[in-house]
Design a protein around this ligand. Structure first.
Ligand SMILES: [Cu+2]
Length: 174
């Protein structure tokens, strides 16, 4: 029965998160926890953590190295240089539109695991659409993405205007 009670609390916490979102929902959950019985304190704390994870995700700033990647369009084709890159969690990638723009940096939402998407999205400012950065129109315009709090894995990025020309990049986060 206690477990059922916790489920009900968790469910209402999730509903609060869904309706409110962000810090306010977390605060509400924290306030509601003591109002239940004492036995619920530990589970409520766990529920509180889950709510924070499910709510709005803050951008995680770069804590490591910033790697430079060029975006090029010339007689040899459209490409990211380098086209494959291995970085560490916490690093950032600074993309520079060198030639043949406009370019952008985008991820196919269908290819990004659901557990990764909220943080990746939070780390991508000025999105034009879901997981698509702004078009870099001016020569040497840059766009930087933080890979802080991004789980290890390989993620495929692409340039939306030149996707048909296979302008793609494989980013491995260690
Ligand atoms: Cu491009």
């Amino acid at each position: 029965m206690r477990y059922f009670g916790f489920s009900a609390i968790a469910a209402s916490a999730l509903m609060l998160a869904a309706c409110g979102g962000g810090e306010k929902a977390a605060d509400t959950t924290a306030t509601a926890a003591p109002a239940a019985d004492t036995a619920a304190v530990a589970p409520a704390a766990a529920g509180s953590t889950a709510t924070a994870a499910a709510g709005a995700v803050a951008a995680a700033p770069i804590t490591g190295t910033i790697h430079d990647v060029k975006m090029i369009g010339d007689a040899q084709g459209y490409r990211f240089d380098p086209a494959t890159i291995t970085i560490k969690e916490g690093d950032g990638i600074r993309y520079t539109s060198v030639s043949g723009g406009p370019h952008d940096v985008a991820f196919d939402p269908a290819l990004i695991p659901a557990a990764v998407k909220p943080q990746l999205s939070a780390n991508m400012p000025n999105q034009m659409s879901d997981l698509a950065g702004p078009l870099l129109i001016q020569p040497n315009a840059t766009y930087t993405i933080s890979f802080a709090k991004i789980p290890a894995g390989t993620y495929e990025a692409h340039c939306t205007p030149h996707l048909a020309m296979n302008m793609k990049q494989a980013i491995t986060v260690q």
